[in-house]
Design a protein around this ligand. Structure first.
Ligand code: KG4
Ligand code: ZN
Length: 341
């Protein structure tokens, strides 16, 4: 796959642009985080995000071309996240990508953000061995797939309520910690390794492989009302108890799926995959099944454009070229994942 693809990611609150060679080698990946802008509101404000993407994109495109020493004329394709995400934010990236593809006469690839999170596992790394299970745990998604190859997926389970990252963010807000909550809770929990307690687990009556995180959020809220954590030690205890519960919820579903499907790898992606405690429990699990754990380094777990450029390059190599009338979709149907025109 001899290619040089420029990728654009603008689905939520990170503006990111990357240049990826041959679908896996990252030549440059730069992200302008809007975290400070949104943290004062305790969450992402869609219109603020769109306007910021508009401002940041031209600068980032120039920056990654400079860093990778690639000229516009060297590029072989343009890739962009077109779903799912905040519609205004997505449209900024899609419009920019279409403009570049049109003016440079390059093929365009429209990429599904969740699929790109899984593809991140093979950036600057060996190809993933299939069949595989794919787990995406991010601020907006918690989904488990059976994967026969890139582009061939079966959805096994998804969250019935909050996404895993959303639960971290909401609980951090309840605890008065700030946004995004995941890294803050992980830090507190790390200081209380002796805490093994958990809140009651969510169990589906129909034995499905779906996830649920709203129960633990309610449990934390009740605990705070009943017993407000007065000092740092109490905060650490609560954070650890919450994190243990979330990890248990994830592991329970993954273990059940690994017991059913004979796979060669478990691929994980999304911002929550930055969590070292999660990585470590998943590693124990994959070791016990004798399979590969494929988890990207943290910089490719959270939102980034390298995963978009990589997957875009793969799609283009398969002849999957998007039309210049392609648009963005905020909520594509999850029953037919990753089928973008
Ligand atoms: O994939 P991502 O960057 O954006 C989405 O597509 O949603 O994920 C962001 C989410 C946030 O909810 C954040 O709190 C969570 O990932 N997160 C973490 C950690 N780092 C980021 N959750 C738990 N532990 C972490 N270390
Ligand atoms: Zn994401």
């Amino acid at each position: 796959m001899a290619s040089l693809v420029l990728g654009i990611e603008s689905s939520c609150d990170e503006t990111s642009v990357a240049v990826v060679k041959d679908g896996h080698k990252v030549l440059a990946n730069e992200t302008a985080s809007q975290m400070d802008l949104h943290s004062q509101y305790g969450g992402v404000v869609p219109e603020v995000a769109s306007r910021q993407h508009l401002e940041s994109l031209p600068f980032l495109v120039q920056e990654v071309l400079k860093q990778s020493q690639v000229a516009f004329d060297d590029l072989t394709g343009i890739a962009v996240t077109s779903a799912p995400g905040l519609i205004g934010a997505l449209l900024v990236g899609v419009s920019a990508a279409k403009g570049l593809a049109f003016s440079l006469r390059l093929p365009l690839a429209t990429v599904h953000h969740i699929e790109a999170h899984l593809y991140a596992a093979q950036l600057d790394a060996d190809p993933v061995l299939f069949p595989a299970l794919g787990l995406v745990v991010s601020g907006g998604h918690t989904e488990l797939y059976h994967m026969d190859d890139w582009g061939q997926y079966q959805l096994l389970g998804s969250t019935r309520d909050d996404a895993a990252g959303e639960a971290f963010d909401k609980v951090a807000k309840l605890m008065g910690l700030g946004y995004p909550g995941g890294p803050l809770i992980e830090k507190l929990a790390k200081s209380a390794p002796e805490v093994t307690e958990k809140f009651s687990p969510a169990r589906m009556k129909d034995k499905s492989q779906d996830f649920s995180f709203s129960g633990v959020k309610t449990a934390v809220s009740l605990e705070i009302k009943k017993n407000p954590p007065g000092d740092e030690k109490a905060q650490q205890h609560l954070a650890a108890k919450f994190q243990n519960t979330v990890l248990e919820e994830i592991i329970h579903r993954v273990r059940a799926a690994l017991g059913i499907y004979k796979v060669k790898s478990l691929v994980i992606g999304g911002g929550v995959a930055c969590n070292m405690a999660l990585r470590s429990v998943l590693k124990k699990e994959t070791d016990s099944f004798g399979i590969d754990l494929r988890v990207p380094p943290p910089k490719y777990c959270s939102d980034n454009a390298a995963m978009v450029a990589g997957l875009g390059a793969y799609q283009l190599s398969q002849g999957k070229i998007a039309s210049l009338s392609a648009t963005a979709t905020a909520y594509p149907s999850s029953s037919s994942p990753f089928l973008l025109s």
